[in-house]
Write a protein that binds this ligand. Structure first.
Ligand code: CMP
Length: 144
C-alpha cells in the first residue's frame, strides 16, 4: 500500500553534510521524493512537532537542539513508507541501531541521532501538515 512519511535531517545531520547520503539511502531503497525543504524551525514548531514528548526530562534539550540550525524536511512516498523508513533509519538510540541503518552508520548519541522519521501513518499526516501545510502530501502524491 502506497503511503507517505515525514523524514527530517536534524541540524547535526545538515552540519555534517549528511543530507546527500541520507537521500541516497531513501532513493536506493526505492522511495520516491515527494517534497523537500531546507529551513530553520522556531521553538513553536519544534514544540508542536514533539508535543507528545512535552513531559520528558529531555524536552528542553530536544527543542534547543532542533532549533540550533537548519533542518531538511522531506516527504518520502512508497509501499509501507512509514515502516520502511523506520527500518532504514534504525533504532532511536544509535547505540542500539544496527550497522547498515542510517543511525547505525552515522550517529553516536540519542540526543543527536541525525534524522527523524514518523512513527505511524497518523503522525506522518500530522507532521507533513505541520511542515508543508495540510494538503501538501495529497498534492505531492497527485503530481507524481
Ligand atoms: P526522534 O525519532 O526524532 O523522536 C524523538 C526524539 O527524542 C528522538 O528521535 C531523540 O532525538 C530524542 N530523544 C529520545 N530519547 C532521548 C533522551 N533520553 N535524551 C535526549 N533525547 C532523546
Amino acid at each position: 500500500q502506497v503511503e507517505q512519511t515525514f523524514v527530517m535531517v536534524k541540524p547535526d545531520g545538515v552540519k555534517r553534510g549528511l543530507i546527500g547520503p541520507i537521500i541516497t539511502r531513501f532513493e536506493q531503497k526505492g522511495f520516491t521524493l515527494a517534497a523537500i525543504s531546507l529551513r530553520s524551525i522556531d521553538r513553536a514548531l519544534a514544540e508542536r512537532h514533539y508535543g507528545e514528548l512535552k513531559e520528558k526530562p529531555f524536552f528542553g534539550e530536544l527543542v534547543s537542539y532542533l532549533t540550533s540550525g537548519p533542518v531538511c524536511a522531506m516527504i518520502w512516498q512508497g509501499e509501507h513508507a512509514v515502516e520502511n523508513a523506520r527500518s532504514i533509519i534504525g533504532k532511536t538510540n544509535p547505540v542500539e541501531a544496527t550497522p547498515g541503518t542510517i543511525r547505525g552508520d552515522f550517529a553516536m548519541d540519542i540526543a543527536g541521532n541525525i534524522v527523524h522519521g514518523s512513527d505511524s501513518p497518523s503522525s506522518a499526516e500530522r507532521e507533513i501538515g505541520l511542515f508543508f501545510g495540510s494538503g501538501a502530501g495529497a498534492a505531492a502524491a497527485a503530481s507524481t
